[in-house]
Design a protein around this ligand. Structure first.
Ligand code: 5GP
Ligand code: ZN
Length: 138
């Protein structure tokens, strides 16, 4: 299912550019434009659903291998020390884009580990997306 008015459906379709980290038949993973940590990646189902509650269980199951594979890729290539997996539903929970998505947020010893976009030097490093993609994808 595709919603022509949905930002993430447009990204999946390539109508809006993104830095792709991984893709398979069920899921699309790309770097978050305002990272909370270096390598912050969004994993989204190709099936349009606004929230976790709207996603058919088989579609949820379909994206789990991509979620784990993308997390493993980020861990191995960026050598992070841990990783947060975050998924928000509804504006009150902080959801801003109405297409269900999982955040993969690599965490590094000695680095800020907050729940907001990075600032300063950490932001500069985490938003050098071409360099980051080279590191992740080799
Ligand atoms: P939410 O708060 O809905 O869980 O997360 C939405 C995420 O989408 C935010 O972290 C935000 O930075 C990211 N985002 C919003 N617009 C774009 C965009 O056009 N491209 C990319 N790559 N990420 C986006
Ligand atoms: Zn969508």
């Amino acid at each position: 299912m595709h919603d022509p008015d949905c930002l993430f459906c447009k990204i999946i379709a390539g109508a809006i550019p993104s830095h792709r980290v991984f893709e398979d038949a069920h899921a699309y993973a790309f770097l978050d434009i305002a990272p909370f940590g270096k390598g912050h990646t969004l994993v989204v189902p190709k099936f349009h659903a606004a929230t976790l509650f709207d996603l058919p269980p088989e579609e949820l199951a379909g994206i789990m291998p991509a979620l784990q594979r993308t997390a493993t890729l980020l861990k191995n290539r960026l050598r992070c020390d841990g990783m947060a997996v975050m998924q928000l539903n509804g504006a009150i929970a902080g959801q801003t884009v109405g297409h269900v998505h999982f955040h993969l947020i690599p965490r590094y010893a000695g680095q800020p580990a907050g729940w907001a976009p990075l600032a300063g030097a950490a932001k500069a490093e985490a938003t050098d997306f071409p360099a980051l993609l080279r590191q992740i994808l080799g």
